[in-house]
Design a binder for this molecule. Structure first.
Ligand SMILES: NC(=O)c1ccc[n+]([C@@H]2O[C@H](COP(=O)([O-])OP(=O)(O)OC[C@H]3O[C@@H](n4cnc5c(N)ncnc54)[C@H](OP(=O)(O)O)[C@@H]3O)[C@@H](O)[C@H]2O)c1
Length: 319
């Protein structure tokens, strides 16, 4: 039996471990591919910790949620083998789900960038009727996904993007990366509400990476300041850095044309995802949208799991 190196989740309470396991064989209609790079994203860790809606039901299980792979014909592809894992020297894929990666693209940059970027791309392209010329609030803009949301919104034609977040240095950098206005989220709730009301009262879409109490405050501030109550505001829940729940009054829902919805892997049909992510891969490969990879080898998977990414970087395992 041929063996290969892999990272296995053996307990939800521990990081994945470096192990030797049997190499996979393709069933009819499948393809065995070489894995080149895998991202260690928040969702990747959440899945391996049993805390994600796609976490494995049985252990041990292969860690990893995405990969850039080399196919049998030599071409590169991006894959998200839902529920099956990706952190092994070789994995089996359904060729129909392989998203082509243009020649010359850097696998590490691509896998570092795809997960943060797809959060806003999927939201703006598939979840809301966003049109070029509209304005977007990014609530929680200083992390990788929020920062990419500023760039993605601009790339897709947003006329005005307001970046709201806690880290002032990162917010200032975002003004050179596409943000038209910034709002610092501080412990001073009145000052934060006033600043949000001033900058974001008339936005068409809010992309929310924070949720929890900060979102309750932001929603109240924006809704109370709106001058055109029938102008649609879509508030899209994408991340939960500030908490997983909010309290939302019926008054807020009735007093404006206001919709709250979520965007994630479970909310978008697979064929739509395939089409959209093919375009996103091409946009990232073309340059201008990237997260800096922080590479680790596969045999240091436990160190990779423990590494805290600096702003703008994402841990990536290279095989
Ligand atoms: N639904 C999807 O498709 C999808 C895809 C990718 C990511 N996500 C989610 O998006 C979120 C961010 O992911 P990421 O990859 O960007 O992680 P990240 O790069 O680690 O960024 C997270 C950032 O959140 C900020 N933050 C934490 N608590 C906050 C608070 N109370 N208020 C405001 N900002 C706060 C921190 O920035 P400061 O310290 O600078 O404030 C931190 O840098 C996660 O919840 C992730 O699961 C969802």
């Amino acid at each position: 039996m041929s063996m290969m190196n892999a990272a296995l989740v053996e307990s939800f309470d521990e990081p994945p471990h470096f192990r030797s396991i049997p190499a996979p064989e393709a069933a009819p209609g499948q393809e065995v591919v070489d894995v080149l790079a895998v991202g260690v994203h928040r969702a990747t860790k959440g899945i391996a910790a049993g805390k994600h809606y796609t976490s494995p039901k049985e252990l041990p299980a292969l860690a990893g949620a995405d990969a850039v792979v080399r196919r049998a014909d030599g071409s590169l592809a991006f894959v998200m083998p839902m529920g099956a894992g990706s952190l092994a020297e070789r994995i089996v894929i359904d060729p129909a789900t392989a998203i082509p990666v243009p020649d010359g693209a850097d696998p590490a940059v691509l896998v570092a960038t795809m997960n943060p970027a797809l959060s806003s791309w999927a939201a703006l392209r598939t979840r809301v009727p966003f049109r070029a010329g509209q304005s977007v609030l990014v609530h929680g803009a200083t992390g990788n996904a929020g920062s990419m949301a500023v760039k993605v919104a601009k790339h897709l034609g947003a006329e005005r993007v307001i970046a709201a977040g806690r880290n002032r240095t990162r917010l200032d950098e975002l003004t050179t990366e596409g943000a038209d206005d910034i709002v610092q989220l501080t412990p001073d709730q009145d000052a934060t509400a006033t600043a949000l009301a001033k900058a974001a009262a008339e936005v068409d879409v809010a992309l929310d990476y924070v949720w929890g109490p900060p979102t309750e405050l932001a929603m109240r501030a924006v809704l109370e300041a709106r001058t055109q109550h029938t102008r649609l505001l879509d508030w899209v829940q994408i991340g939960g850095m500030g908490g997983d729940t909010i309290t939302l009054s019926g008054h807020a829902m009735r007093s404006n044309a206001f919709r709250v919805l979520g965007s994630g892997i479970g909310a978008v049909a697979m064929d739509v995802m395939q089409r959209e992510f093919t375009e996103l891969v091409a946009a990232i490969a073309a340059g201008g949208m990237s997260v800096r990879p922080r590479p680790f080898p596969l045999d240091q998977v436990e160190a990779a799991w423990a590494h805290q990414d600096a702003p703008g970087e994402r841990t990536v395992i290279l095989l």
